[in-house]
Design a protein around this ligand. Sequence first.
Ligand code: AMP
Length: 526
Amino acid sequence: MVAEMIGIDLGTTNSAVGHSTGSDLEILPNTRGDRLTPSVVAFDGRTALVGAQAVNQAVQYPNHTVFSAKRYMGTDEEILLGEEGDKSAFTPEEIAALVLKKLCRDAEDALGRSVDTAVITVPAYFNDRQRQATKHAGEIAGLTVERILNEPTAACLAYGLRTGTDQTVLVYDLGGGTFDSSLIEISGSVFEVIATNGDTNLGGDDWDARIVDWLEEHLSVEHGATIDDPVTTARMFDAAKQAKHELSTRQRTQITIPFLELGGDTYDIERTLTRTQFEQLTEDLTEETITLCEELFEPTAYTPASVDEVLLVGGATRMPSVRERVGEFFGTQPATRVNPDEAVALGAAAQAAILDEDTLPVPDDDSGEVPVGRTTADVPTTRDAADIVLLTVTPQSVGIEAHRSSPDDTYYDVLISRNTPIPANETKLYSTVVDDQKYVFISVHQGEGSLSKTELLDEFKIGPLPLRPAGKPDIEVSFAVDQDGLLQVSAEDVDHEIGDEIAIESVFGLAAEEISAMKQNLPALR
Ligand code: AMP
């Protein structure tokens, strides 16, 4: 039997799975019947729990539980789970792999067929390391990752397939831990990303943290108490998130946290938070997203007024203050035709269908409309999916640390600048700066501005080079960014007799052996 390809929205807070039936796109519910699965993992020393079950035991076992691990993707952060003295260390990739494994297992249950391939979405602003880590997580979970797709592009695909009109769309995507804004031009079947900007460390969790700060300040002023243990912190964050959600539909909310243990004493928190107060506490966070939207337009010929439709994606866009501010900035009420929680997974499923021609959705009649069936009214039609072309861009510039005339005089030389359509390739010649230089170090950076503002992605050296005067060798450095937004770098001394032998391919993230060891040792799911 042919295994299935699914679309996965691997979110910071929640994840969702989309699937194409061949005539329709649908969200696959998990084994509890929920359309969203919390991206939360708990580990008891032997087996792992993922999703609502992990959330349910989190307040009791905070040291065994990890929330929002997507924030660590692409870093060397060790995630330690367990009690003091008996902790197990996980990489962010392993935690993401456990979430993916659970999503696939549940998808297999829902479909009654095996799942071995996936399109996985990432924030558009994810850098190379973060994309690579996501792909590796899929591999650790035993999946073939057919495509890494940008979340806003996926959402726009789900939306655009439904409306079928030519327009300029701004996707404002505020999730639990990340913010992305993307400007996308839909013209016929072509979806072209014009520019993208964002912050991979700004999301709904930061709004929760502001409520926690406010509660802490009260505890400190009223009782001189400080919070010093993970159980209390977990309870505070839990209550803060709940209050934030309530304030999306109400003007005020009551925050009640009984029996808080602080420094040997017990306190009951009982406070009223109004929407106005909450909006004051978080105004700068909302403004930060608007500044990022403003910056998005700078390198383009577009202005906020040229946007026809604003699409809101990500659970945190349910906050009324966010909707209002976005509407005010763009001078248009944001579209509500897509469900912000499901649009990305549906778009990922559409991309999966485009890649896997066997299950390409086709309209069932001349109108091109597809029956809504057992999915929500937000389900896009699948009109012209066969002809869909997705053109996307690099989110951040990539380049190397280059030298002017002396080893100390360095600068950031960009090879592929941000917002370049991908796939993209660039090759440039460099040389040595001292006579008889034996090695050339290639430091690959990503980001904008001066060298100090960028992030070092990787370093490697080529050599030993034959002895030649400074400036003589021709060192050819090649950059290639593929469809997934992944970067490959190579360097070569072109005049050298053994030429290719000293061409070194840079490898980012985990090595193949590490991925296979992690796959073998991944804890079983309970
Ligand atoms: P996502 O990563 O897209 O699943 O978004 C999750 C974020 O959306 C979290 O910070 C949630 O607290 C937030 N969120 C979900 N529902 C609401 C709501 N009704 N009001 C405010 N924020 C929400």
